[in-house]
Write a protein that binds this ligand. Sequence first.
Ligand code: GLC
Ligand code: GLC
Length: 641
Amino acid sequence: MDLLFESRRTLKRILTLIDLSKLTKKDSVLFLSRLDKNFPALFAKLHHLYGEQYDFFYHLQQLVVHLAAGVAARSKKLKQKDKLRLNKPDWYRDQKMLGMAAYVDLFAGDLKKLKAKIPYLKSLGINYLHLMPLYKSPEGDSDGGYAVSDYRQVDPKLGTEKDLLALADALSVEGISLVLDFVFNHTSDEHKWAEAAQAGDPEFAGFYYFFEDKQEVDDYNQSCREIFPTVRRGSFTYLEAQRKWVWTTFNSFQWDLNYSNPAVFNAITAEMLFLANLGCEGLRLDALAFIWKEKWTPCENLPKAHTLIQAFNLCVQIVAPAVVFKSEAIVHPDQVAKYIAKEECQLSYNPLMMALMWEALATRETKLLSASLTKSFTISAHCSWVNYIRCHDDIGWTFDDAIAEKLGINGFDHRRFLNNFYTGRFAGSFAQGVPFQENPVNGDCRVCGSLASLAGLEKGLEQHNQRDIDFALKRISLLNSINLSIGGIPLIYQGDELGILNDYSYLNDHSKKEDARWVNRPAISEEDIAFAKQADSAQFVVNQSLQAMIDIRLQHQVFGIAETEILETYNAHLFAYCRIHENGQKMLAICNFSEESQSVAFSITDILASHKLLDLLTASKVNKSALLELGTYQVLWLVAG
Ligand code: GLC
Ligand code: GLC
């Protein structure tokens, strides 16, 4: 079949059937030209997913109706933003990009108060703000908002849609890109689709995965990973009233949507376009690895999950091309890479680097970090990593066992060591973390804790041990330096700029105490901010050193659209990389992951091709000698000069 020919013919047919009279003349010209450009690809993807279904054409027609409505609803301002972004498609690779992820309530109280925090964000240099899910969700445990009951309703505790629009507007005026969550693998069991399904409406029963036969559930469980094994074993929840199992990859109140049903694709596309039209510039594709399921497979990272995301991307290109996708795939690095493409997700979390920075801090060795990033750091020049040290979730050790094996590291044992190290079960560890989702069968476990607590600040402060406090401060600064300079958008997690410690108050809250991730979701008060401005606090050091690095970064293009090369240091404790800008500018970063002083042959600086070297971090000249010395956890940012 000639897909291109069929797509054009199909589009023509659809356009004779639908009513575009709600579009202004200008909008309809825009819509038709965007369809002309993107419909053939969209048709091919959807045909691949749903072409076998007898009512494929009907659903395709419905989708075009949704797309037209999306264009009609998009404000003039946002259409201008679309134009701007289309003219500068790689805007997210600029060296000025600096992100923060925050909970509206924990960071500010509500949406209105968040608006008042814009000056604080600006003073840090933030121009990308990811707000954790702020939609209506169940009372009590809602997985931190990741169980969405209504994508179109703001959680009343945070404000109203009007407040959100006002905030989006204010952020845009200040040059801050708003990023919202697109939680599309599942809805809460209180979403109206789920309620209709529970009431027996067959149309909506088809929106989820229900099974009457226990054998089916057992079959799927054999090949699927358990994500929250302490919540419930397997991936399914039994519904007493319906006498059925429902697919629930995460919590039992988070029902996985059934994307083998084209009606689900259309319905969720309409919700996605609604979010896009609120004025966000990025959508964080939550749990995207899980969206396609097939029996006897892991039901994670399947090829059709990619087809689906590409199809969503095309819908956005038609309606809201200013919006980019950020992938949240916390999976094997080879699988992470597959979501990153201009046509799929332009941005992606960098979970490999995050986990291995912590790994290198624990072992004081950089071989796994260097070897892994040498293999996996380079991505399409049209895309960007979103680098992070901590986020609202746990740390999972998602490195590649094959690479570890070559370095003489056994993946299973090493993960066990790392879990022990970061949960304080390993004698001599500096870290104060909490285990998360320990699996009694396979021994799997992940780690929670704030940047400062995991880096040793909590212990040092508790024990009034100045040496340990100093080490912890240096570790924090070391991780921040890599996050800011290796290439990509650095994403600061709320409070980490202030050296906030673990918050154990979740243990007193009935709806939170079973979920250790709340230990790293502290509320940030004005006092916390003021405290970090006091010159005698450890938090002041965290804040100042971060701010100083941010300021340096702003001044040099080499931190923006540049290539990254990971370098061999021939020293087990050092990690080095060079950034190379197309204008010839280079920056060589060398990081010492140990408490001891370390040295590296001066020839490592040959890559800078200059006799005069400057360390940007200390603004001091570096003289030529046989060896380059680095003190305790020291970092150098070397440039010619
Ligand atoms: C993502 C979120 C996590 C949530 C899960 C289910 O991984 O980051 O917090 O529990 O998806 O939505
Ligand atoms: C697993 C999932 C990831 C999710 C996390 C939540 O690691 O792969 O998507 O964020 O669990 O804790």
